[in-house]
Design a protein around this ligand. Structure first.
Ligand code: NAD
Length: 508
């Protein structure tokens, strides 16, 4: 089941109309090209940020921080409240741009914008809850306290697959924390980035905040490196591949900057014999094939109990055969394009390697719409049964490939879940409470996200998001992730008339 893709002119017109509705303009010039994975074509050339402009933008954000840090947090929250209102009012147009540049189907593109709105709401509440603590002092007449202060300039580097939600997670929280933000979005998604930056400009103007509380840098990794190496940037919050994290982590550390890394995942779901398959099967299909397998939390490894493996695989392959693949603008499409033909090529290579390692393709793996859109990459999500967790299974291939492995004992399933270099998301479908608790225990899943009876993808903004090991260890969005965007001061106040030393030390 496929659906014809629109022509490049239609996609370009839709992009221009959406930009017009938001009120954003595209800086004319060269250095960067907006593209669409829907047809694989170029849409417009636009001006990339030069090294000098980046330097100036970082300087402006650093200057603006000096005033912003002293603006009361609830007043800072007003800026984020207004941004949230503007995002609500422009939800359709922003989602349209997400579809144009990232190829997401409509409901997922709308969901991404909703995530921005949700995190703005969260951050507005947070603006009145940046709590410190009072700690019992061991000395009489002393008070020990902890206060959280704004940190500085936050450099946000984001990936193509969540082109704007990740920006909002960082920016909404950083702004209420009193930081200023310089954003380097993916070079693959400049248009929706311009639209969001424009709305934040407008919000700042409307509430009387300085425009320089945020700056946008458009360009590729070279402009990202300017942020990474600049000592005026206190925190680098970078989302993308593990390769990117490996490159920038040591550079930020070398200048004693802070980094918050959100890198690749290789997520697994365990399906136990007691699982409710009516929950598990749709959960697995959404997590594995949704967003064309291009989420950091995409399900890539299915670890099924041997007794039910054949039934699960049979029902999954039947569901995969019916997946509507094609034009992401069409209401009933569930699988849109991959970001590029290079992504399709990496999928092809991974499938070839899995075959060499003993795998058997049970569904998908081919390309669609190659005649209608030869420059685009519409892939059929694949299911591959593997004899064991081989090298290709332990890698993240950013495409819709679901490797199926079997287990006999639940501990063996947990061991398989953990035996990969990445540690982002994981889940188990089971109605056995002991198994569920085992999965969530200290010696259970080693991931930052561990779910029961739900898939690996589609996190809510209220929780802290991120993962362990090669996923980078960072946490963003909800819970107490805000602390990464602030600096802590520990304070001892002596209100007695004696100088008492800690640990009963005597001196003089
Ligand atoms: P990518 O690593 O190619 O690029 C991500 C961003 O980093 C881009 O803005 C890019 O320009 C920039 N960049 C790359 N190398 C850089 C360098 N050396 N210095 C400075 N900036 C650099 O990733 P992508 O293809 O856009 O996104 C897909 C990857 O992102 C997948 O691995 C996916 O799992 C991961 N991802 C992780 C999360 C998470 O929260 N853990 C979320 C979304 C995506």
């Amino acid at each position: 089941m496929t659906d014809a893709v629109p022509g490049v002119n239609e996609v370009r017109d839709r992009a221009l109309a959406a930009l017009r509705r938001v009120g954003a303009t595209v800086p004319s010039g060269s250095g960067l090209t907006a593209r669409t994975p829907i047809t694989g074509d170029e849409l417009f050339d636009l001006a990339a940020t030069s090294a000098d402009e980046a330097d100036r933008a970082i300087g402006e954000a650093a200057e603006a921080f000096l005033g912003w840090r002293n603006t009361p947090a609830p007043v800072r929250g007003e800026l984020v409240r207004r941004l949230g209102d503007l995002l609500r009012g422009n939800k359709e147009a922003l989602a349209e741009l997400v579809t144009v540049e990232a190829g997401k189907i409509r409901s997922e593109a709308l969901g991404e914008v909703q995530e921005m709105i949700d995190v703005c709401d969260f951050a507005v509440g947070l603006a009145r809850q940046l709590y410190g603590r009072t700690i019992a002092s061991e000395r009489p007449g002393h008070r020990l306290a902890e206060t959280w202060h704004p940190l500085g300039v936050v450099g946000v580097i984001s990936a193509f697959n969540f082109p704007v939600a990740v920006w909002a997670w960082n920016t909404a929280v950083a702004l209420v924390c009193g930081d200023t933000v310089v954003w380097k979005p993916s070079e693959l998604t400049p248009l929706v980035s311009l639209a969001c930056a424009h709305l934040l400009d407008r919000a700042a103007q409307e509430v009387g905040a300085p425009r320089e509380v945020h700056r946008l840098l458009l360009g590729d990794r070279a402009i990202g490196e300017k942020l990474v190496d600049d000592p005026r940037v206190s925190l680098i919050s970078a989302t993308g591949s593990t390769r990117m994290g490996r490159a920038i982590g040591p550079r930020v550390a070398a200048r004693f900057g802070r980094s918050l890394l959100e890198l690749g995942g290789n997520n697994a779901t365990i399906v136990a014999p007691s699982a409710d398959l009516e929950l598990a099967l749709p959960g697995i299909v959404f997590a594995a094939a949704g967003t064309a397998g291009q989420r950091c939390t995409t399900l890539r490894r299915l670890i099924v109990h041997r007794d039910i493996a054949d039934e699960v695989v049979e029902r999954l392959t039947a569901a995969y055969r019916k997946l509507p693949i094609g034009n992401p603008f069409t209401e009933d499409t569930l699988v849109g394009p991959l970001i590029s033909t290079a992504a399709a090529e990496s999928m092809r290579r991974a499938l070839a390697q899995s075959a060499a390692e003993g795998g058997k393709v049970l569904a998908g793996g081919g390309r669609r719409l190659t005649a209608e859109a030869p420059k685009a990459a519409y892939a059929e999500p694949a299911i591959v049964r593997m004899p064991e967790q081989t090298a290709v299974v332990r890698e993240e291939t950013f495409a819709p490939i679901l490797y199926v492995l079997t287990y006999d004992e639940f501990d063996q399933a947990i061991a398989l879940n953990n035996a990969v270099p990445q540690g982002l998301s994981s889940s188990a479908f089971t109605r056995d409470q002991q198994e569920a608790e085992r999965f969530l225990a200290a010696d259970g899943s080693d991931c930052g996200i561990a779910n029961i009876n739900i898939g690996t993808s589609g996190a809510e903004i209220g929780g802290a998001f991120g993962g362990e090991k090669e996923t980078g260890g960072g946490r963003e969005s909800g819970s107490d992730a805000w602390r990464s965007y602030m600096r802590r001061a520990t304070t001892t106040i002596n209100y007695s008339s004696r100088l008492t030393l800690a640990q009963n030390v005597s001196f003089l």
